[in-house]
Design a protein around this ligand. Structure first.
Ligand code: NAD
Length: 443
């Protein structure tokens, strides 16, 4: 099949590459010329495990192309995916200007039947708006489908190739048939394709992300209780997670959710509800709790330094909003850095993939270390903001030899409390007791 993917970011590039991988001919289009130039020259523009290999292979086979021309991209394509940004607008609702702008252009350039598929996360009613925007400029037959994307950055290729489910919102039998054929290679193991109307498909995506954000936030509030009551959130997590109705996943407390999806999607759903005079109370609380949770470690760091962070050197491991991505949108680490700098501290950061993106926005307000342990040199304490695998079993002797004080503030609960005690650390995590170094007997 011939496919055009409009927008070549995290979703668009994975979508285009994975459809090429199953033998389709794909043209990805983006307005960012430098991105298109790089991709055309065989340079991948995002870090996503497993993507580069597929990208290079399909490009070499001539199945994956890049252009800045929407007209060229859609000319021969029967299927057009929209993988465009839907950032929060002024009042928090999803800003549809990118989607509707492209829809407007599509109406002017399509000359034969197209299935136009919205992969972006959009509020209920967007499919109808896209339909109207295209229809006002053309009499050519087309169908609009809502096909929200559920991939997770960091495991996006796997998620795309083996989705838990594919949600397809359309009432057009013709479009259904085309999408069934297109997705057939991805659902061979019996994972379902769930057909529904456009509105339900649009809401499904917001409901999924908001539910997951709520689950994380619930555990973060339980962690707050644990700290105040002397319980251990890890034990509580295990205790409830073995109940199948609750499930083990998404129960890990930490310093809040971030990324390009949860924060904006929760906000957009609240706003959609407001627009129809419904006060979505739980989600308002979720947003409020998460804002605070991002800075959960700050008062603890300040207390350690007697409320004076001026000139203190903080080593920070982890900048990406989660491991295995270079995405820093709404990353808790950025909020922590902002507060540390306000307090007069100096930050030296290390992240395996995200330093380039942070440098681009923070410049030289903080320093970066090319290697994990270099970031610790001469630092007063270590703060961990992202659970990259390489931070999970670090060389503690090295940490001790570099850090001025044996102190770790861990926003992701990476280490065992007993072990940290034996190692003599002052160790602060989330929802668990603070480990304090034992004073030697007789001292
Ligand atoms: P992104 O910002 O990484 O990529 C969007 C791309 O669209 C950019 O490359 C941008 O240059 C391009 N673009 C903007 N205007 C354009 C235009 N007029 N023509 C062509 N290209 C244009 O965004 P993303 O993370 O890929 O997200 C895209 C959508 O998918 C959003 O609605 C998001 O909520 C949703 N989504 C994202 C994820 C994720 O993990 N990132 C997962 C599921 C769904």
């Amino acid at each position: 099949m011939k496919i055009a993917v409009v927008g070549t970011g995290y979703v668009g590039l994975v979508t285009g590459t994975c459809f090429a991988e199953t033998g389709n001919h794909v043209i990805c289009v983006d307005i960012d010329k430098s991105k298109v130039d790089k991709l055309s020259a065989g340079q991948i523009t995002i870090y996503e495990p497993g993507l580069e290999k597929l990208f290079l292979r399909n490009q070499k086979e001539g199945r994956l192309h890049f252009t800045t021309s929407l007209k060229d991209a859609v000319k021969d394509a029967q299927i057009i995916f929209l993988a465009l940004p839907t950032p929060p607008g002024e009042n928090g609702s999803a800003d549809l200007k990118y989607i509707l702008g492209v829809a407007d252009d599509l109406g002017k350039i399509i000359t034969d039947y197209k299935v136009i598929i919205d992969k972006s996360t959009v509020p209920v009613g967007t499919a109808a708006k896209v339909h109207a925007a295209i229809a006002k400029n053309t009499t050519v037959e087309f169908d609009i489908v809502s096909n929200p994307e559920f991939l997770r950055e960091g495991v996006a290729v796997d998620d795309f190739m083996k989705p838990d489910r594919v949600v397809i919102g359309t009432e057009s039998e013709k479009a259904k048939k085309i999408l069934l054929d297109l997705y057939a290679p991805f659902v061979r193991q019996g994972n379902p394709i769930i057909f529904m109307d456009e509105k339900s498909a649009e809401l499904t995506k917001y409901a999924a992300n908001s539910f997951l954000a709520t689950k994380i936030t619930f555990m973060n509030e339980i962690a707050q209780l644990c700290e105040r009551l002397g319980a251990d959130v890890d034990m509580v997590r295990k205790g409830i997670g073995s109940d199948e109705r609750i499930g083990k996943r998404f129960l890990f407390p930490g310093i809040g959710y971030g990324g390009s999806c949860f924060p904006k999607d929760v906000q957009a759903l609240v706003q959609s509800a407001n627009e129809i005079d419904y006060d979505f109370k739980i989600l308002n609380a979720v947003m409020d709790v998460n804002e605070k949770q991002k800075l959960h470690l700050l008062p603890k760091i300040k207390a350690y330094f007697n409320n004076d962070l001026k000139g203190k050197k903080i080593a920070l491991w982890g900048l990406a909003f989660k491991p295995n991505t270079d995405d820093i949108r709404e990353a808790p680490a950025l909020y922590i850095i902002e507060e540390l700098l306000k307090e007069g501290a100096e930050v030296n950061a290390y992240d395996p993939e995200a330093m380039g993106n942070v440098k681009a926005i923070l410049g030289n307000t903080i320093t970066f270390s090319e290697r994990q342990y270099e970031a610790l040199a001469d630092a007063d304490v270590l703060v961990i903001a992202t659970e990259w695998s390489e931070f999970r079993t670090p060389d503690f002797e090295k940490i001790i030899s570099f850090l001025k004080n044996k102190v770790i503030f861990d926003g992701r609960n990476l280490f065992d409390l007993k072990f940290m005690e034996e190692m003599g650390f002052h160790y602060v995590s989330v929802g668990r007791r603070t480990v304090l170094p034992q004073t030697p007997k007789g001292a």
